[in-house]
Design a protein around this ligand. Sequence first.
Ligand SMILES: Cc1ncc(COP(=O)(O)O)c(C=O)c1O
Length: 372
Amino acid sequence: MSSIFKKLTARKEEGIVRALRANDGKIDFSSNDYLGLAASPVLAEAIDQIYKQAFSNPINGSGGSRLLAGHFDFYDQVEKELAAFFETEAVLIFNSGYSANLALLSTLPQKGDTIIMDEYIHASLKDGARLSFASKFSFRHNDLSDLESKLKKAEGTVFIVAESLYSMDGDFAPVEALQKLAEQYKAYLIIDEAHTTGIYGKQGRGFLHEKKIADLVPFKIYTFGKAMGIHGACIAGSQELKDYLINFARPFIYTTAMPPHAFASVHAAFAHIQQYPKQKDQLMSNILHWNKLVKGEAGFSTNESPIQTYTYPGNQNIRALAQSMQSNNYDVRPILSPTVKEGTERLRICLHAYNTPQEIASLIQLITTFHE
Ligand SMILES: Cc1ncc(COP(=O)(O)O)c(C=O)c1O
């Protein structure tokens, strides 16, 4: 039996074992709840209202796959609203960003095709690619010439996969250049907008909208579990794409659909961000504040995004630093290798609309004085 779990034993011996820990009310510099919607009483109230309006009798669970008993007219309505919001022909909602990415990458590229992925893309996209029979290559992070060299060798229908904002580094992809390269090589671009949904572009339509190229990117993933403060995700594109996924995407077909209350949450959360733009403005102001304070300080990132880092190489070092932040009541988590490359171990610091300028300044102060 113990041989089955030997990788866990090795991890314990290295001191890098993962364990679950409940939130204990520390000052949040860790969650992806960038706008504070996950704990918003205003949004909670709106969700309940919408749910009760849409479903006159309680329906606690969807009761099946959306292709069987688990589909309702209200689900169609929410998808139409989202398609209008994202200015795309159609969207299909999935139970999570993980299953949306798994679905897209495992279903679209076929045997004989080629998937070319940024080396830093999320595990869900990599896992989807692994399930596909297409050939797969990585290109160096945000390195267009490396991408182009791989495009030159690619066979069949070619898919380029990137995120608009990278979740561990907090930097953006050069999306305009990626789109141009895709066009030049007749490749299809897939962009995961998980960390930009709700906070970039007009009213939160995402980074591709901000750059005015959303209509030129055929496959987009928007997730709801981060700035939107709820749960789920959608793939946005053409009606043909939606029909194709409904017919062939196993993570869509062989699973119980999200419950009606979750669809009411999607409707309410997207209405909320359009009605209350103030939280987005507050988040942007906190990002500027962070960048002003850390400018020129060694180890700190100055990303124009809510995801910042403080790099302090070595798993033991970064754990000790995070532990010290925790004991000062700051919820900041260490990112260890092998999650990131050895030598780039870091704190991942997420900024939120609800962090105060004083909290941000004190956190920076605590990090810089840790070494003294
Ligand atoms: C870039 C990216 N894509 C997809 C996901 C998965 O989304 P979800 O949490 O909704 O499964 C994540 C979550 O961490 C992510 O960071």
